[in-house]
Write a protein that binds this ligand. Sequence first.
Ligand code: C2O
Ligand code: CU
Ligand code: CU
Length: 504
Amino acid sequence: MDRRYFLNYSAITAAYLLAGCEERSGREEGKARQAVSDFPAAVPPQKAEEKLPEQIMPFTQKLKIPGEIDFAQIKKAALTAQKSQVNIFPDMQTEVLTFQGDLPNPTIRIKKGEVFDLDFMNNLADPTIIHWHGLIVPEEMDGHPKDAIATGATKQYRYPIEQSAGTFWYHTHPHGRTGEEIYRGLAGFYMIEDEEEKRLNLPQGEFELPLMIQDKRFDEKRQLRYKDPKVPQDNNGLLGDVILVNATPFPYHEVKSGKYRLRILNASSVRTYQLAFDTIREFALVGTDAGLLETPVMVQSVVLSVAERVDIIVDFKDKEVGDRVTLKTLGFKEGSNLTLHPDYPAFDAPMDIMQFHVTEKILDTQVLPEKLIPIPRLQASDAVNTRRITMEIIAGGIWTLDQKPFDMHRVDQRVKLGSTEIWEIKNSVHMAHPFHIHGVRFQVLDRDGKIAFPTDKGWKDTVIVMPFETVRIIVHFTMPGLFVYHCHILEHEDQAMMANLLVE
Ligand code: C2O
Ligand code: CU
Ligand code: CU
């Protein structure tokens, strides 16, 4: 499985997309029969599709579902950042970083009103810290990079959950190493539940799936490769050719012919996905980063930049036993025209992600509610201040906000506690960036670009800012303290595209 090998593989994935659906499944069966076990191939196969070992053929591995840390069942939890050997591929182990010894990391589940209580131990070689992405918690609980704890040290996190239901996540946040740590495994889901959400009776249990999407690179020993020092473009963001969902490469999942709630997180380094299904034309967007929408919005595809989440309901009701539905990313040319790495599928590449195999016909009588939750609109007229933040690249190819490389101890913005502000985020470069603020949730007022994003209708903590676009967001600051705001392309935030905000 050398570089070329995976390239062939990606080409095949692309070919899959071009091929019709029936033709595709026919070819797949053919390939499964021809799968070889003498992996890796010593010589790059001429007809790669004949030699693809079963282990990494798309849609041959079952989707892994994360275990849960459920605060309805326990009072206190523990996570330890550590090096582990895990089976991403069934036949050989991969060295990764985990929070409990295996991947995917556990999903945290907690109800509004409960107290989160967790001991975090750092067993890595370098200082690190956990950040709860999207949560509004006291500054000393937030995981600011300056609070990284030493190897062998433990930090106790304890805070009440005061915000409404949503799909959040946790990941480490040491300055300069966040990208590599998330890439090697240190990320997990964090679900907040509340009564309002429960009343909606959205699909649950086996009909609710968390899907963490990441693209990665593997070498011939199936070890993760991070940046290639010979390719300076990797500093603009690391693109991979193998898409993992919940740490499973191009998995499949068996479904019944009913409605599923998919809670999707993009935990990649740089890749923006434009998610769609090959044989389901429309699905319902019901939630964004920090909560549910007011009403479901029917969409044919949805754009998900790094760190964003979407909560969608997809209905397999028209499918028959034996049908296969592929979740894929369409090309997203608008996001970037930069060549990031010549050997890997580009930022805008169409790729397959995972497949749903329909195995049982059921009668699903549940209807999706027409109204979800009210979202009080923040009013531009209530804003006491407007700030402009620019996304810029400076001499030396360094990604910054406002041309100032991140300094952990410099305060870049001072905001009055309890106030509402408009932030105008201006992107001065030809690459889309996801902009994220800690310690708040916000709403998108408007954008001066060409594309309308249905996700702009919901509560956000991360927003995509397209090339040369200005996005205006409105934020109400309710938590005092020092927080960071940054671009969530991991290699950008690690370089310098981050700044400090003091709410006082
Ligand atoms: Cu996912 Cu600084 O955050
Ligand atoms: Cu965050
Ligand atoms: Cu960026």
